[in-house]
Design a protein around this ligand. Structure first.
Ligand code: FAD
Length: 481
């Protein structure tokens, strides 16, 4: 029996979408260059229904791809053409708020920002703040181990999640982590966080809440030289200051944001830093004075501290609107995501400018400088022949550059379908073999989000990043997924 028929037998009629026109709405996530219409979409609203769907997919060996809000930027939620797209959108309830223990327990379809909105009246908030937080779901955040401006000081998703309840592909419940300080056994919580929907479906998340800081202040520092700005970033951290946010924008990004939202940015600067400090006013004032000294020592030609809350918000409005602002500069842009050691920022930005010349495509940079998490936006026009491919090659070169300087191919957007080749560059056969073994342990039939995040050995061989002896693949007996 076809999977659609099987699903219709066990789910309410409105929970199964199989007509071509409606399916189109699910054909991609935020990486819209890659599209695939799913065979069928399901919208369950009880955990029992999810269990049934997973068991069916497992038994019939049908691929199943979990989806939150579909804002992912690496194609992680891109459907499988013969598979089921499992939307968690209806699991959108905040189950418990515990102000005494400073925790909240939520379903996976709850929006990131909804947690802070719900606990704000208790003087609490949820720190990880992807720019997409108005739309993206906590389930998606866990699956991608998402980050944001505040993650430099307060950690990524993995550092702010205490406990997970998930369903395995054969419909069994699995609990990982605990609300106590430590949990015995292997750290399955960390393993599931960032697993990109390939090991289990996250069904319940208990997050850590933090007290809203009593005071926050932001300084804007303008530089005539990008390399000076990069060195100032490393200098601030070396000084022992951990800002709540430390973001960099280059000239193209500054100008685009200023044109778009009039944030008061210095449009003649080559680079700009936004450095936010939070805490009690005395602590913020003391750190601000030290930070100003570091910025000036590293060549800042202007350091402007927001005069009031309104100006602080305006400074951040420019940063937050930078992506759509850059989107006005070209028909298309390709947002990359790689992480490097902070001390390599100057070298990597310079090298990226050279690559931009080589490919003939402009690049704008707006990124989490304090984390060394780069977000180059490559501008291109998909209507011009070969330009998308050129942008992809440029992006690939940037990621490989990140690996070459001791960084990684992703900071927060995940690998998805986008960075499979670069995973071959970052990892050797020994690490990949362990990844396959973990996948096999959770999902022996390889039906959970197949083809994502971990490249096959064959793919790596084809990409030229793996040495193959006599045409024979290493570990021929290992499952390929
Ligand atoms: C404008 C914009 C700005 C962004 N800014 C940031 C940023 O600052 N920081 C950042 O980290 N990201 C950012 N992102 C990327 C994206 O928002 C995050 O990756 C987010 O966590 C994805 O959440 P989602 O609900 O949209 O997940 P989806 O895109 O639906 O899915 C993402 C992945 O998670 C899996 N998944 C989803 N739900 C579950 C579940 N319940 N169980 C198991 N697997 C699941 C999917 O299979 C897929 O692999 C941005 C995206 C956009 C469009």
């Amino acid at each position: 029996m076809d999977i659609v028929e099987s699903l219709r037998r066990v789910l309410p009629a409105e929970a199964v979408i199989a007509d071509r026109e409606s399916l189109r709405a699910y054909e991609c996530d935020g990486l819209s260059a890659y599209r695939q219409v799913p065979h069928v979409v399901v919208l369950p609203d009880t955990a029992e229904q999810v269990q049934t769907i997973l068991k069916l997919c497992h038994n019939l060996r049908v691929p199943v791809v979990a989806r939150g809000a579909g804002t992912g930027l690496s194609g992680g939620a891109m459907p499988h053409g013969q598979g089921v797209l499992l939307s968690l959108a209806r699991f959108n309830r905040i189950l418990r708020i515990d102000p005494l223990n400073r925790t909240a327990t939520v379903q996976p379809g709850v929006r990131n920002l909804a947690i802070s909105e719900a606990v704000g009246s208790c003087g609490l908030y949820y720190a990880p703040d992807p720019s997409s937080q108005i739309a993206c779901t906590v389930g998606g955040n866990v699956a991608e181990n998402s980050g944001g401006v505040h993650c430099l000081k307060y950690g990524l998703t993995v550092h702010n999640v205490l406990r997970l309840k998930a369903l395995t592909i054969d419909g069994e419940w699995l609990e990982a982590g605990s609300t106590a300080l430590d949990a015995p056994g292997y750290d399955l919580l960390a393993l599931l966080t960032g697993s990109e929907g390939m090991l289990a479906v996250i069904m319940e998340i208990t997050v850590r809440l933090l007290p809203i800081p009593t005071y926050a202040q932001v300084a804007l520092a303008a530089f005539a030289d990008v390399e000076d700005a990069c060195r100032a970033v490393a200098g601030i951290i070396a000084e022992g200051i951990v800002p709540a946010g430390l973001e960099m924008m280059d000239k193209l990004a500054i100008q685009a944001a200023e044109d778009f939202v009039h944030a008061g940015y210095p449009t003649d600067a080559e680079a700009m830093l936004l450095c936010e400090l939070d805490g009690v006013p005395e602590e913020v004032a003391e750190q601000l004075a030290r930070m100003r000294e570091v910025l000036e020592r590293h060549g800042a030609k202007e350091v402007r501290v927001a005069v009031d809350e309104e100006e602080r918000k305006r400074f951040w409005a420019g940063r937050k609107a930078a992506f759509p602002a850059i989107g006005r500069l070209a028909p298309d842009y390709y947002c990359m995501d790689g992480t490097i050691p902070r001390k390599q920022l100057a070298f990597v930005l310079k090298r990226m400018a050279e690559l931009s010349e080589k490919y003939g495509l402009p690049v704008a940079n707006v990124f989490h400088a304090g984390d060394g998490n780069l977000h180059p936006l490559i501008l291109y026009d998909a209507n011009k022949p070969e330009e998308l491919q050129k942008a992809e090659r440029f992006g690939g070169d940037i990621l490989e550059l990140c690996v070459a300087v001791g960084g990684t191919v992703t900071g927060e957007h995940g690998v998805g379908v986008e960075k499979l080749n670069q995973m071959c560059v970052q990892f050797g056969t020994a690490e990949l073999a362990q990844f396959y073994a973990v996948k096999e342990a959770f999902d022996p039939r390889g039906v959970l989000n197949p083809g994502k995040a971990v490249p096959t050995l064959a793919r790596c061989a084809e990409y030229g990043a793996m040495h193959v002896h006599g045409g024979k693949l290493p570990f021929p007996d290992l499952p390929r997924f």
